[in-house]
Each structure stands twice: as structure tokens, then as C-alpha cells.
Ligand binder design. Sequence first.
Ligand SMILES: NC(=O)c1ccc[n+]([C@@H]2O[C@H](COP(=O)([O-])OP(=O)(O)OC[C@H]3O[C@@H](n4cnc5c(N)ncnc54)[C@H](OP(=O)(O)O)[C@@H]3O)[C@@H](O)[C@H]2O)c1
Length: 451
Amino acid sequence: MFDAVKEFAARHRPGSAVGSPAAPAPAPAPAPAQNAAAAEVAARPAAAVVSIAGPTAAADAKHMARALALAAKGINSTHPNPRVGCVVVAGGAVVGEGWHRAAGGEHAEIAALRQAGKRAAGATLYSNLEPCSHHGRTPPCADAVIAAGIGRAVIAMYDPNPRVDGVGALRRAGVEVTVGVGARAAAQLNRGFCARFSVGRPWVTLKMAASLDGKTALADGRSQWITGPAARRDAHRLRAASSAILTGIGTVLRDDPRLTVRLGARRDGKLATGRQPLRVILDSHLSTPPRAKILRAPGNALLITTAAEAAAIGLLRGPGVEVLVCRAAGRRIDLAQVMRELAAREVNDLLVEAGPQLSGELLRQGLVDQVVVYLAPDLLGGGGAREMFDLPGLESLDDRHRLQFADLRRVGRDLRLTLDVAGGDSAGESVGAAGAAGAATVADPAQPPRN
Ligand SMILES: NC(=O)c1ccc[n+]([C@@H]2O[C@H](COP(=O)([O-])OP(=O)(O)OC[C@H]3O[C@@H](n4cnc5c(N)ncnc54)[C@H](OP(=O)(O)O)[C@@H]3O)[C@@H](O)[C@H]2O)c1
């Protein structure tokens, strides 16, 4: 079983990220497994998932690492598609490389095969995801792989989309296929895509800025800015890699945030991401001011409410602004339904940037996979200053909400703590029974999702 403590200790030996100034944004791959299933796959002996050894295994690992690095280039742009990279190797030499840039664009395999040309015949193809075998926005890649005469395909993981059977198609055409090389890093890189298909909701990362004494706002609600510019820039990178950003009406009314990605402009004036994540606001009673920045900023917004009041909805709707009436759970919006709606809208990775009420409720209901805390070395004191999470008090320490440290690094004068909510030593204890039930675990990526 994956030992989170050992992993944590290993990553914090001298020379690791802690204490180093201005560490880079979270590396997409390879990275530690962030949930129980991915961790379990990672801990399995290599022989359990691939039956090759010696020089072939070393070459496979090397070329798959390259395919993963290519795939990671699409971290901000492939939404709602997965991040995929591909390498074609003939006679030990790389003859083609490609990565998927954006939905509707060329798939990684096609780009790599195009570069390889005739040298693809009899070559080995490496990809971090099973090639598609159905007509989606583009024709099936498996057909192109077969037509190019590829002799062997090395695939990190099966596609969790049940419509895809690229491995089967390749095998039926006589291509030798190995599945499982680099499965752990592959599942990590596309954890949102996997979560959407395996548990029917996005991968949820909850981000907070807090003082050393755990406060996220003063008693009057002011919270801008608790952390420094480097931490805020870093958080924009989290936004850029997300399909959507979720907040609550409390934050909208207090801060009037835009929740856009602002990574700086390119020479042509466009944002470096080229894509703005969907902004999602939970507002049961339609209290959002029609002129709120979150509705008017570039990109699209989705306001979710329980109030089916046509006149008020009409005032909020506009170009790029959708209002969705959702059912209530008690007095508030049903969060599980919100997650299903977002998955139906192909949201893979959801970043939550909300106050303690919504953050606490999501955590309590087991709808958070990872928490990222930017911790400032300052004290905000008491007097009603807000906590990180509004959670009910506990009667016993045994009932505490357990999280696991996954990463810790310095960003400017602040620290960035990354914590896994499920998947540590005791996933069942992480956020209580509801948490264990609701946790997004990525299905074993080295096993076919079909029977
Ligand atoms: N330090 C940080 O990182 C950070 C980040 C964001 C915000 N903040 C601060 O947090 C404060 C606002 O926090 P907040 O807790 O008042 O607001 P919030 O968590 O942003 O929003 C809470 C509101 O969301 C609505 N909601 C709808 N369905 C819900 C559900 N199922 N569960 C929970 N809430 C639901 C509720 O209002 P309705 O019932 O009216 O819909 C609720 O009052 C501000 O001071 C802001 O500056 C700090």
C-alpha cells in the first residue's frame, strides 16, 4: 500500500522544494499520485502491469516519459479533452513527436505519425492514453496508427471513456500492445478527465489563502490580500489548468472578484492561456448584482440558483452568462447535483475559490479531492476573523477531518501546501463517511474500464 508519509518525507529531503525560493507552479507530470486508486497503481510492482523487462523496459520508460512531457504542454489548453503526448520510435531513434493542443485540433498520435511519415512502418508508438477508436471531433486515431503500419504500441493507460476501445482495435489489426508503462503519471496528468468518467464529477481542488493562524478574512470580510504577489501569480496557474472555477455568493458580494486567468499578455495581446475557465457561482436566492465583475469578465459564467424567478433571471442572463435552476438540498443548492451538472458540461478539473461556508460544506460532503493552501507568515488574530472552513464542532478527536500532505513549497514569502483529502494511510477517515463515499478515485488506469 502506498505510504504517504514516506513519500512526503522522501520529497522533503535536503535539496527538495521546501525552503527554495519562488518554486515553480505545480508540475503536471510526473507527479505523486494524488488519490487512492492512482497511488495503488503506482505502488504495484511494474511486472504486475507490464510483462517486459531489461532494455525494452528502460527504453519504454524513457519514451513514455517524453510522451508525458509532451502531453503536459497541453495542460492549459486541451479542455475538455485529455492531455495526450505521443512519440514514434524506429530503430531506437525518435522519428516523430506530437501533442494534442486543443479540442477539435490534431490528436497527438496524428501529429507524431505525420512527422514520422514512412518511418512509422514497423515502428513503436508511445502514448500516455489509449488511442481513440470512435468518430468524435476528429476521426479515430487507432485507424491512423494501423494504417501507418505501427508494429508495437506502448500505452500508459486505458481511456476511461467507455466509447473508446483503441487497444482492442490495434490488437485485432495485429499490432502488439503493451499497457501500463507510466500509468501512475498518466492518471495523475488526466485526473479530472478520469474522475469525470469514473465517478461522474470533476476532480475538485479547493484553494485558500490563509494567515499562519488559519484566518482567511477579517471579521468585516476583507481578505485582499492575505498572501503576496508570487502566491497570487501561482494561483493564476492553478486557474489556467482548470476547466471551471467555483465560488459562492458570499465571496461575490464581498469581493466582487473576476476569477479570470491573468497570467500576463502575449505579444499579440491575448492571455497566455488562450482560454478562460467557466466561472460558476452558487447563489440560491439570485442575489448576484447584474453588474458583478464575475458576470461581465471575458469568458463564460454559469450562475446556479434554486430560485426560478423569471424576471430576476432575465436581469442576470446575458452574453456568455447562463442561469441554471437547480434543486435544493435543505435551504441550499444541492452540491452533488452541481457536480453532476458540471460533469455533463465536460468540466474535468474544478477549482474552488470560495469562502468558509461553501468550502466547509464541500469538504463535509466529501466533494473535495485536494486542498491547496497559500499560507502567509502573518497573524490576523481573533475578533471574528474568518476560519478556513465552516465545519461543525467535534466531540472527539477521533472524528477529525484527516488530510495528507502531498507537497509543500515556498512561493515568494508564502508557503504553498498541497493536501490530499482521500487516499492517504486511511482514506476512510479522511472526511468522515460521506467523504469516503464521495471521493473521486481514478479507476485503475492499467486495467480496461470495460468488462
Ligand atoms: N482567503 C481566501 O482564500 C478567500 C477566498 C474566497 C473568499 N474569501 C472570503 O470569504 C468571505 C466570504 O465567505 P462566505 O463563507 O461568506 O461565502 P462563500 O462561501 O463564498 O459563499 C457562501 C454562500 O454560497 C451560497 N450557497 C449556495 N448553496 C450552498 C451550499 N450548498 N453550501 C454552502 N453555501 C451555499 C450560500 O448563499 P445563498 O444561500 O444565499 O445562496 C452561502 O451563503 C469573504 O470575506 C471573502 O473575502 C477568502
